[in-house]
Design a protein around this ligand. Structure first.
Ligand code: CTP
Ligand code: MG
Length: 165
């Protein structure tokens, strides 16, 4: 006899939660702890624009990576946690590099890129080392832009962020 628990979605929801939480924590803590010395040290790319801009700092990157990594470690294991946290932080940095090349100033919106940069990178990193179920990936792909918008609105209303996106 199979148990009725097989038919409840909690297992799936928990798996999605474990996959997303380390990324969201990494991103949130980068915002909360960010500031100070920029990762690009103020340097410019060959197009004359900043390599990354003042929105990517050492404190944000390291703090986000550590907090996201710890949450990931507790929820799904050390390797998984470090993979998801580093993927998120690097994805966000890569997006800033692209934004500067597209002549967008720091903080200017890049719809979808801003919401999904960290998610796509973290998913890619994760899927190289671990088995990522397509259902989990697609659920995160839908949930993440919505969570990102809500999170940023919240950060704006709490005056942590000076723009609501
Ligand atoms: N932050 C940071 N270091 C990081 C990531 C984020 O210090 N590695 C902080 C910065 O204070 C940044 C804020 O979190 O301004 C919000 O992050 P994000 O929206 O990614 O940066 P933007 O300021 O919008 O800059 P960009 O246009 O480059 O995305
Ligand atoms: Mg931004």
């Amino acid at each position: 006899m199979t148990t009725s628990t097989n038919y409840y979605p909690w297992g799936f929801i928990y798996e999605v939660f474990c996959f997303l939480a380390p990324m969201y924590v990494a991103n949130s803590f980068a915002l909360l702890l960010g500031g100070g010395k920029p990762l690009d040290l103020g340097k410019r790319f060959i197009d004359g624009r900043r390599l990354l801009g003042d929105g990517k700092t050492f404190r944000g990157a390291i703090g986000g990576f550590l907090f996201g990594g710890v949450v990931g470690f507790l929820l799904c294991g050390l390797g998984e946690g470090l993979t998801l946290a580093s993927g998120s932080i690097l994805g966000d940095i890569f997006a800033s590099f692209l934004k500067r090349r597209l002549k967008l100033e720091r903080g200017e919106p890049a719809p979808l890129l801003d919401q999904l940069d960290f998610y796509l990178f973290a998913s890619l990193f994760f899927s190289i080392a671990y088995d990522l179920e397509i259902e989990i990936f697609l659920t995160g792909l839908i949930v993440t832009p919505i969570s990102h918008l809500i999170g940023n609105l919240l950060a704006y209303s709490l005056k942590i962020k000076d723009r609501p996106y």
